[in-house]
Design a protein around this ligand. Structure first.
Ligand SMILES: NC(=O)C1=CN([C@@H]2O[C@H](COP(=O)(O)OP(=O)(O)OC[C@H]3O[C@@H](n4cnc5c(N)ncnc54)[C@H](O)[C@@H]3O)[C@@H](O)[C@H]2O)[C@@H](O)CC1
Ligand SMILES: Nc1ncnc2c1ncn2[C@@H]1O[C@H](COP(=O)(O)OP(=O)(O)O)[C@@H](O)[C@H]1O
Ligand SMILES: [K+]
Length: 505
């Protein structure tokens, strides 16, 4: 896939430090960059908290602290009362951070050394304790200061990253500052957009500080942040002369005895995002409900392998997994699908069966959509290990199983062996049963309309999350159901205005 000009590149801490270094070399002055970091943070602060009277700035001993001293200097010069808590004595600061502290002193800011007796208050806390130079869990006195910031109950603006977050992975080892917003500098960081970090970053505002990371050749981003515009780019209006044969025939294999809901939710989504034809192979007991609810979907009860093989034969893509269980029905169905060698989207119980039974399988023409638990089973590691480094996990899954892997959960990652994309949309209302089935249907439904299965996975993840956001905007996150997504998914699958022949007459 070609790089979308809309997508924002994401980097690791070491890469951003290298970007900093190159920008400083080009400019010949590191302090100018730090000054711009402080200035842009202060601008964000004033826009978000206009008329603020009192701030508390906590500064660490490195350059992240330096950014904080600049913010403190600017606030004090503006007549804002500043309490500055220094985690390292100013006399021990070095380089640019030292210069920034001098600037704050000139503006009348008097630092107070951190001690456990301090009670933090103010209208706003500014977290300038740890940035890209942090390694491992926060050590004393940072750990205590982080707890104290969180206990204060004040809004928090984090500079570059909330202290305590691993900016490479989003992992939080012990405790991180819970920010209201994070202003991140020079290059945006992967770990601010996935996993546990999402609970503490607040709104992430990217401030490039005049540095264009893309102009610094040789530093390839580790991932790309999707944008809404990606949908319109991928899903142009349909050709007026279209017929159903060109948009793909998707077979959904889902719903072992007693699990018909998953089959209906998956196949409804296939149809709603515009597949040309949808068939459903399910347990015979679910057929009449399916026909009643969706007469457009060709539902058949599967009695044995020959039945299923015939249905697979006539399909372009197969989606398998939702509600297939781990019993005989599911095992036989998965075996038939894998033997047929058709492009497929594999989810849910099919992934658990794969993890249990298939040792050497590796394919290009499939999409696997594990949530972190399923991902752990596929890799033979724990869910916690998957979540500790989601990027590492999705890359390992793709290497092991091939194709395109979607690692679900907040900050969903999609990796096709070449490009890693991160979906910044979606909301906690999606933590409800059936949401994964909807995603499987959306990806399979798009597969016949896009250039590759990998693209169907990327665009499907985006569309699914945006549909959930639109639905949550209407009626809230709590109580959001997978079936609520259908009408929004349809709208989002048509991002361009629709024209009819009559318009051209
Ligand atoms: N001139 C530059 O390089 C620029 C740097 N910038 C800022 O500088 C930051 C990076 O600065 P640094 O490289 O000095 O790193 P940091 O300021 O992020 O952290 C380094 C300090 O934290 C301590 N530390 C590291 N891990 C710790 C842990 N787990 N527990 C307790 N203490 C720990 C180190 O001993 C050191 O004192 C960026 O995040 C950004 O905020 C920006 O001002 C832009 C310009
Ligand atoms: N907090 C969240 N933020 C964003 N997306 C979420 C969140 N929680 C769940 N999701 C998404 O909802 C879907 C849930 O899928 P899954 O866990 O397989 O559900 P189920 O098995 O119940 O169908 C995934 O696409 C996941 O990324
Ligand atoms: K910070």
């Amino acid at each position: 896939m070609t790089a979308s000009s809309f997508q924002r590149p994401l980097y690791l801490a070491d890469q951003v430090r290298e970007l900093d270094r190159r920008a400083i070399d080009a400019e010949g002055d590191g302090f100018a960059l730090m000054r711009r970091a402080g200035e842009s943070a202060y601008e964000v602060l004033c826009a978000r908290w206009p008329g603020i009277r009192r701030v508390c700035v906590l500064c660490g001993g490195g350059n992240n602290g330096g950014d904080g001293y600049i913010v403190a200097a600017l606030a004090a010069a503006d007549g804002v009362a500043v309490d500055l808590v220094a985690l390292k004595p100013v006399a021990e600061l070095e380089g640019d951070a030292r210069r920034a502290a001098e600037l704050a002193a000139e503006a009348g800011v008097v630092p107070v050394a951190w001690n456990d007796e301090l009670t933090l208050d103010g209208e706003l806390m500014v977290d300038a304790m740890l940035g890209t130079g942090a390694h491992g869990a926060p050590r004393p006195p940072y750990a205590a200061a982080i707890s104290e910031v969180n206990a204060s109950g004040c809004p928090v603006m984090a500079l570059d990253a909330p202290s305590g977050v691993d900016v490479d992975t989003g992992h939080i080892e012990t405790e991180a500052v819970a920010a209201t917003l994070t202003v991140t500098f020079v290059g945006d960081k992967l770990g601010l957009h996935t996993g546990a970090a999402l609970d503490v970053v607040g709104d992430v505002i990217y401030a490039p500080l005049g540095v264009d990371p893309r102009s610094h050749g040789g530093i390839a981003p580790v991932a790309w942040l999707q944008t809404r515009q990606d949908l319109a780019r991928a899903l142009p209006p349909r050709r007026p002369g279209s017929h159903k044969g060109i948009y793909g025939h998707v077979l959904v294999v889902a719903g072992a005895p007693g699990m018909g809901g998953a089959a209906l939710m998956t196949s409804e989504m296939v149809a709603r995002v515009g597949a040309g034809k949808v068939s459903l192979a399910t347990d015979a007991a679910h057929v009449s409900a399916s026909l009643t609810r969706f007469p457009e979907i060709m539902a058949r009860g599967v009695r044995g392998a020959p039945d299923l093989e015939a249905m697979i034969e006539s399909a372009d893509t197969v989606a398998i997994g939702p509600g297939i269980g781990n019993g005989a029905w599911g095992q036989a169905a998965l075996r038939s699908v894998l033997d047929a060698g058709k492009p497929c989207v594999v989810d849910a119980d099919a992934l658990n069966l794969l993890a249990r039974e298939e040792s050497g399988i590796h394919r290009d023409d499939w999409v696997l959509t594990p949530h972190p638990g399923e991902a752990g089973r596929l890799l033979g590691i724990s869910t916690a290990e998957v979540e500790r480094d989601r990027r590492d996990a999705v890359i390992a899954l793709q290497r092991r199983w091939g194709g395109t892997v979607v690692l679900k959960g907040a900050g969903t990652l999609v990796y096709d062996g070449d490009r890693l994309t991160l979906c910044p949309f979606g909301n906690p209302g999606m933590a409800s049963g059936g949401m994964g089935d909807a995603l499987t249907g959306i990806i399979a439904g798009l597969s016949g309309q896009l250039a590759s299965l990998g693209e169907a996975a990327r665009i499907g993840v985006l569309l699914h999350a945006l549909a959930a956001d639109a639905a949550a905007l209407d009626a809230g996150e709590r109580g959001l159901l997978a079936t609520d997504l259908a009408s929004y998914a349809r709208t989002l699958a048509n991002p361009q205005p629709v024209s009819s022949h009559a318009d051209h007459a």
